[in-house]
Design a protein around this ligand. Structure first.
Ligand SMILES: [Cu+2]
Length: 125
């Protein structure tokens, strides 16, 4: 949520606004409101069957919201104050081997998957 997220002509509003995470690898996602000019929310709009909805409530500047995804599928979320602010999280099922060396690479440590001003990070559970 960079500065200017309250302006529909700016964008993207969530940075990045489309992420993919893997259960057991990096399925904890943290949003940080880096917008000093406006509060925002992270509110689920559509979620896979069996998943739990989420809502950060009002996030003031520098507020953080963390959610751990445990059900595979595509999640659409947005900001209740700004209808044009929309983001997507794709959650892929993990496997035992992926928790240590996904694809042969070392497991991600708290990893920044997008660049800034942001704001969305995923972390190992
Ligand atoms: Cu907003």
């Amino acid at each position: 949520m960079p500065i200017g997220g309250d302006n529909p002509n700016n964008g993207p509003d969530y940075v990045p606004d489309n992420i993919t995470v893997v259960i057991g690898v990096n399925n904890t996602v943290m949003w940080l409101n880096n917008d000093s000019e406006s509060p925002h929310t992270v509110t689920s709009y559509s979620i896979p069957k069996g998943a739990a909805s989420f809502d950060s409530g009002q996030m003031l500047w520098l507020a953080r919201f963390t959610y751990t995804f445990t059900v595979p599928g595509t999640y659409k979320y947005g900001c209740v104050y700004h209808p044009w602010m929309v983001g997507y999280v794709t959650v892929l099922p993990g496997s035992p081997s992926m928790t240590s060396h996904p694809g042969g690479h070392p497991a991600k440590s708290p990893a920044e998957i997008g660049y800034s001003p942001i704001l969305i990070r995923t972390t190992v559970n």
